[in-house]
Design a protein around this ligand. Structure first.
Ligand code: GLV
Ligand code: MN
Ligand code: MN
Length: 412
């Protein structure tokens, strides 16, 4: 089957009426997609393995005993999401890995490294926080036990959710020499500049702050206004402050949002005693992000006083801004040019599993255009031509990684 046929089939799992998918981590739809993908890998001659946090690996051993070049992304999605975010990179990775095997056989070449595709568990972080969970466990940044004990808003743990879809395995010890990932851009730059391939050269930095606003439950009608300690009122002021934080910065130097909110008791006739919310702040520059967070902390103090509530930042998840390996950017640019595709350097604003992997192994990341930059929305779209162009470049890049070229660059 062609790549596009396979992608169409894959997009039927968890399909939504608006042309998107909904398959949050370890949901039934994620389970169906993972099973289909495992079956596809086995049919194509991959050895299928699953590790303790539910990452799925499809291995092609071309050189017995050698380390593996890993390529992939994630199959899980946001609620009511697009069908390209993550899933494209996993399927393109699988096709690219297969092409490395077939090309090496056709050319009678022996690669330096083996090749494996990966579906990282819970990249999205919508059902279970934080995002990029499977890759964080893989690189040792997040303890396995912490990840497995994480609960969704209904109190279901990652361990139980994975068990419900038969999603936990025992695979360990994959020796990874390099990582590659292709993803839709989720921005407008490629489209606006008429460019087909983005060479990801840097990542924005992010801080995700889990905030608890504590007030006091009271009667919405009867409690005198002066007595009220309304947690939702404090939360509302905080939402506005988070949005207005950007006013002190140059355009596009800071992105801010409050993305998630729960309130107790959420009753029509009671003031909220507690609100829990997630504040997401991002910048291309580490110093700007730190300035923004410091300002927000000061504002939080004033809001708490004005609204007569307590506001606590109970957890912070962050990743740093930083470059991708320059030799990888150049290698990918060479392949895009050789194959005749327009290309330019890109920065990723969204987090990706590559953001984690680049901390431990040489990593190459590619983008293809997103129409109107729409993402985390059913209307997310990338044209077939661009999907195929990305696959073309990924295959060539992967072949060179398996030949050990980036490794040579890195250690020379
Ligand atoms: C993950 O995808 C993120 O951008 O937080
Ligand atoms: Mn993604
Ligand atoms: Mn996403």
């Amino acid at each position: 089957m062609s790549f596009l046929d396979d992608f169409r089939t894959m997009s039927t799992f968890g399909a939504t009426p608006g042309g998107g998918v909904e398959r949050q981590a370890a949901s039934a739809a994620d389970g169906e997609t993972r099973r289909w993908f495992g079956g596809w890998l086995a049919e194509q001659g991959f050895r299928v393995e699953v590790d303790a946090i539910g990452n799925i690996f499809g291995l092609l051993e071309l050189v017995p005993g050698a380390p593996y070049v890993l390529v992939g992304s994630h199959l899980d999605s946001q609620p009511l999401a697009g069908r390209f975010d993550g899933a494209y990179g996993v399927l393109a990775g699988a096709h690219a890995a297969r092409s490395v095997r077939d090309r090496a056989a056709a050319e009678g070449a022996t690669p330096r490294f083996n090749v494996a595709v990966v579906d990282w568990f819970n990249e999205e972080g919508s059902r279970f926080k934080p995002s990029m969970m499977g890759s964080a466990v893989h690189i040792g940044r997040l303890p396995l036990e912490t990840a497995l004990a994480t609960t969704d808003p209904r109190g279901v743990s990652v361990a139980d959710a994975l068990d419900a879809i038969g999603g936990r395995g025992e695979f360990t010890g994959l020796d990874v020499s390099a990582y590659a990932e292709i993803h839709v851009e989720q921005g407008r730059e490629l489209e606006a500049t008429g460019t087909t391939i983005g060479l990801v050269a840097s990542t924005w930095t992010a801080q995700k702050l889990e905030v608890v606003v504590t007030g006091e439950q009271a009667h919405t009608g009867a409690a005198p206004m002066a007595d009220r300690r309304d947690a939702l009122f404090g939360a509302a002021k905080l939402i506005v402050a988070v949005r207005e934080l950007i006013d002190g910065f140059e355009v596009e130097q800071l992105h801010t949002a409050v993305s998630e909110m729960y309130l107790d008791p959420n009753s029509p006739v009671a003031l909220a005693r507690e609100v829990r919310m997630l504040v997401d702040i991002r910048s291309p520059r580490q110093d700007l992000l730190e300035t923004a967070v410091a300002r927000l902390r000061t504002t939080i103090g004033s809001i708490a006083a004005e609204a007569r509530v307590e506001i606590d930042i109970v957890d912070v998840v962050e990743w740093s801004s930083g470059p991708f390996l320059e030799a990888g950017v150049l290698l990918a640019g060479e392949e895009a040019a050789r194959l005749g595709y327009s290309h330019r350097r890109s920065a990723t604003v969204a987090g990706h599993d590559a953001t984690n992997l680049k901390e431990v192994v040489p990593t190459v990341m590619l983008f293809v255009p997103s129409v109107d930059g729409i993402s985390h929305n059913e209307r997310e779209f990338t044209s077939d031509d661009d999907l195929l162009a990305g696959l073309d470049v990924l295959q060539s890049v992967l072949y060179r990684l398996c030949a050990g070229e980036l490794e040579t660059e890195r250690t020379s």
